[in-house]
Design a protein. Structure first.
Ligand code: MG
Length: 394
């Protein structure tokens, strides 16, 4: 039995406009003004935008040229990832000093499981308040905190709290909080899924909850259908896994000659997914969060991430998720690098949900390929360069 007030023991902490706020700490003249951090060259992209800049319609990953056009008065600063990494370490030191279990998602975002602190605090919201106060006092940085019964709801709660707020969703109010939200706020709902759901008349998460699971499976596939049904009812059993963002496995290639166009990128994603799956299985792990990286010839870089319905080490799942992530991207510039990586690794021996619609043959084939690779020793795990791959934040 948990003491009163600790039913909601998962916190999602997300720094607000992290890169911008780090820059602003040292520059009092930038406070209250629209500030954009990112690539300042002709083909640079926005890595982070202050909330003042966002009111002009500026969003991360937008071409900087476009951002400047939307808000000519915006102060544009080059990204300084070394600085952001150093500050991130201090942010995480505060998380770890307060919470027993911390799972980093990126430089400026983490899940905290505080159930173990139930004898030390009257309720979990007090811990969220304390974290925000310490980030503000010790680092002069704003953060938003969501508190709920599971990771999925805590993340939505922190989004609802932004900027510079805290949102506690009591267990009994989970569905009242969740159901009015637009369905695109669910993890894994990209444009294609959203369009399919719209054809079923689904606009909100509440609409989705009312669709019979059989119908969802028919339209979206067994795995995605089941997953979305669970989310629509606020169910998410994933534990907070300490430090998992510190480990990743990735495959990337810089091409001797730039590649161009969607077909070429798709081919590379397929090849990378195959190699990545091989490395995952060689290491005996499966991953849940997939990141795709595209670096253009002008060195601007775009990354896109998605957290999958369940951990996977299967090439086809990785490939499909990567392709979905990039579906709406305009790839009209020469590309020098394509990368594919996974984080949130779990031992492959741990129980994990298997996609119902995965043909056994695919696994068999992949296993056979792995055996050949292992013989030649190409499969390997290497430690993450956690920060390197994260070039933008929200
Ligand atoms: Mg953030």
């Amino acid at each position: 039995m948990r003491a009163l007030g600790f039913t909601e023991s998962i916190l999602h902490v997300d720094m607000d406009a992290f890169f911008v706020e780090v820059e602003r700490r040292d520059r009092a003249d930038l406070r209250g003004r629209p500030v954009v951090v990112g690539g300042t060259g002709g083909r640079g992209v926005v890595a982070a935008a202050s909330y003042e800049a966002r009111t002009f319609g500026i969003t991360s990953a937008m071409p900087m040229v476009h951002a400047r056009r939307l808000c000519p008065a915006a102060v544009v600063l080059p990204s300084d990832h070394r600085k952001y990494r150093a500050v991130s370490e201090k942010v995480f030191a505060i998380f770890r000093s307060l919470a027993p279990l911390v799972e980093g998602l990126s430089l400026d975002e983490a899940f905290l499981d505080v159930a173990g602190l139930r004898h030390h605090y009257p309720n979990s919201a007090v811990i969220g308040v304390e974290i925000r106060a310490r980030l503000r006092e010790e680092l002069e940085l704003p953060a938003s905190v969501g508190i709920a019964v599971n990771k999925f709801l805590a993340k939505l709660a922190s989004e609802a709290a932004k900027p510079d707020g805290i949102r506690h969703v009591p267990a009994g109010e989970s569905l009242a909080f969740l159901h009015p939200l637009p369905v695109r706020s669910l993890w894994g709902v990209g444009e294609a899924t959203r369009a399919a759901l719209e054809r079923l008349g689904v606009q909100t998460v509440g609409d989705l909850a009312e669709v019979p699971p059989a119908t969802l499976k028919r339209h979206l596939g067994a795995s995605a259908g089941t997953h979305l049904h669970e989310l629509a009812w606020g169910r998410d059993e994933r534990p907070v896994v300490p430090g998992s963002a510190a480990k990743s496995i990735s495959v990337e290639e810089t091409y001797e000659r730039d590649i161009a166009g969607w077909d070429a990128v798709e081919g590379e994603l397929l090849r990378h997914a195959d190699r990545l799956a091989g490395r995952l299985r060689a290491g005996g792990v499966a991953g849940r969060t997939l990141t795709v990286k595209i670096r253009f010839a002008d060195f601007t870089t775009i990354t896109r991430s998605v957290t999958l319905g369940s951990s996977t080490d299967v090439a086809r799942d990785l490939y499909r998720a990567a392709r979905d992530l990039l579906r709406n991207l305009i790839l009209d510039k020469p590309i020098r690098l394509v990368g594919l990586g996974v984080t949130a690794l779990t031992p492959a021996t741990a129980p994990r949900q298997l996609a119902v619609d995965r043909p056994a043959k695919w696994d068999d084939l992949a296993d056979a390929v792995d055996k050949v690779r292992l013989r030649y020793g190409t499969g390997s795990i290497r430690p993450a360069r956690m920060a390197e791959d994260i070039e933008r934040e929200d």
